[in-house]
Design a protein around this ligand. Structure first.
Ligand code: 5RP
Length: 224
């Protein structure tokens, strides 16, 4: 059986050339992109600098011998390749299933180009079936949770080993079970202006290419 995640990871790696500063995404799809870059570094002498979007990706990339810098040590990122949890035809999407949305968005907005790699199951007509991750500071998180409940957003704290998950940036994640997000831009603006919210998983117009894995080969999603 074709591994759709590997297929799109390899396709995206074709956009990386010598000398680039490369944003390295997080998750089981971005894994294959990082793996391929590691192979090229080792076998072909590819010379790149990686900027990672999570501690997990830092460990993975370092284990492959990819030289790394933090986002504050580079002037910009040439290209970032990352996965996504949902993407629509306007190239808006939901990210944060792996709890790395804050670092992912910071690296994305500092990138000249962003590419998402997804399998066909991630392409949707309307965002929202995937619970929207919202990263919140720990102080006041319970009150924020209540206000999301009052708005009918069906919040739940992301848990790990029976306690609230703490992100790489030391915050909590509240997942909103919205089912459908009719106006992603309006909700993004609302969350941007909610005190205590550090960042949210709505990525609005941040990518220029979406590579989708299908059993018969990868295709670029057409923007509408
Ligand atoms: C992590 C992310 C991931 O990119 C997203 O969850 C997709 O992951 P996967 O490729 O494992 O399905 O946003 O915060």
């Amino acid at each position: 059986m074709v591994n759709l995640k590997e297929q799109v990871g390899l396709k995206a790696a074709e956009f990386v050339t010598d000398g680039m500063i490369v944003g390295l995404g997080t998750g089981s799809t971005a894994y294959y992109f990082v793996q391929e870059l590691g192979r090229r570094v080792q076998e072909e002498g590819l010379s790149i600098l990686g900027v990672t979007t999570s501690n997990a990706t830092s460990e993975h990339a370092a284990s492959l011998g990819i030289p790394l810098k933090s986002i504050d040590e580079v002037p910009y990122v040439d290209i970032t390749v990352d996965g996504a949890d949902e993407v629509d035809a306007a190239f808006n999407g939901i990210k944060g299933g792996g709890a790395a949305l804050l670092m992912e968005k910071i690296v994305a907005v500092n990138s000249k180009e962003c590419i998402w790699i997804v399998d066909e199951s991630k392409v949707v007509d309307t965002l929202g079936a995937f619970k929207l991750p919202v990263e919140v500071v720990q102080y006041g998180a319970e009150n924020l949770f209540k206000s999301f409940e009052e708005k009918g957003y069906r919040p739940s704290f992301r848990m790990k080993d029976g306690v609230k998950l703490v992100t790489d940036m030391k915050n909590y994640i509240i997942d909103l079970d919205l089912r459908e997000i009719p106006d992603a831009v309006a909700l993004s603006n609302e969350l941007d202006h909610t005190v205590g919210v550090v960042e949210h998983g709505l990525f609005i117009q941040l990518v220029s290419k979406v590579i989708v894995g299908y059993p018969d080969g990868p295709r670029f999603l057409e923007k509408r």
